[in-house]
Design a protein around this ligand. Sequence first.
Ligand code: FAD
Length: 399
Amino acid sequence: EDRIVIIGAGHAGVQLAASLREAGHRGPLTLISQESALPYQRPPLSKDFVAAYADAEPLALRPEDFYRGVDLVSGARAESIDRAARVIRLDDGTLLGYDRLVFATGARNRPLPCEGGELQGVLGLRTLQDAQSLQRRLNEARRVVVIGAGFIGLEFAAAARARGLEVTVLEFAQRPLGRAASEPLSSWFLQAHSDNGIDLRCGEGVRRIRQTGSGLEVDSAAGSYPADLVVYGIGVQPNSDLAEDCGLACENGILVDEALQTSDPRIFAIGDCASFPLAGKRVRLESVQNANDQARTLAHTLTGVPQAYAELPWFWSAQGEHRLQIAGLSTTGDEPVILGAPQTGKFSIALFREGMLVAVESVNKPADHIAARKLLGSGAPVTAAMVQASASLKDLLRN
Ligand code: FAD
């Protein structure tokens, strides 16, 4: 009998369970989740869920009856692994044996490194529980300070603004979305959020948060900002401690090869917790696409049809009324070419490295995004001259 155990029932873990059953795995299949809610989708937590008022329901990843065919152990944390005996110990002392084990443990928020990070009313946003506490506090709050202008910080800021709150965003770096977006895209979003009434300040690291008589006060080098609620989104760290403790190779995530296998041939890792080789580099991606596609690929391998993971990364973010979609992976130094007119609010930015297209960022231009995924996914070389000579990315696809 082939017992497969998956630790973590987020996007990656649940997709893997579904894909394993579809691919014909008939043996025992266990999903261990340290959260007690029915496994749910994370992206809405910083978008529609914030914008909704009382008691919004999370969106389930799969309906409840899906778990009839999968053994879901909820509210249980995998605490240690004995690789020689192939046994997992849960926090309530239960022992679970496995033939093959998959880490789909995701990531957790980096804690705020400044004084006051632990005060009441200072919250991160990763889990349903976080989102529910935030939602309760949003009903009473008037002024919100967001620390970090990454995707989650800005999505939350826009959703809070839509509820009519006063929103200040403090970002340590010189531009918003600096880790994942090109410079022109950052500038456009800085303007869009400012036009929407969000006070977005870059180059302002937070020094400390203080409790005052009426609420909180956030101090940066440049000023002090009063708040009823402080939300931070300053990045995540992979949940790789358990893997490290049982001796698996880890470095910014659990190290896997192109088959998503760790340094132990019976153990695999997928999703936010996995560091994998892609186009000659080692990457760890934090996206639903990556979690789902790695799960699908691994399901083939685990059911006897080995596959290497090589899917094109893509990502989306909804910031207020603007939908951003990114195909491919860009890095600083890539050459941007603007397609369309940014002032209309619908445009794309094509990014080139050594003259070749590597990524496309699209704002409110879903057709460009779809074409970019096809173009980049085909592996055919696309130069800046080719893009500039054609009417649209879709047009280029036809030729
Ligand atoms: P997770 O979804 O984090 O699931 C891992 C699970 O494992 C968690 O439930 C965790 O508690 C559990 N776990 C960890 N350790 C243990 C243990 N020892 N025992 C038992 N259980 C354990 N991506 C996009 O592409 N687009 C978006 O718009 C977008 N928006 C987002 C908004 C928010 C607020 C957040 C937090 C993330 C967003 N993401 C978005 C990122 C996306 O949600 C993640 O990339 C995705 O959830 C990764 O899936 P995962 O299964 O690897 O990890």
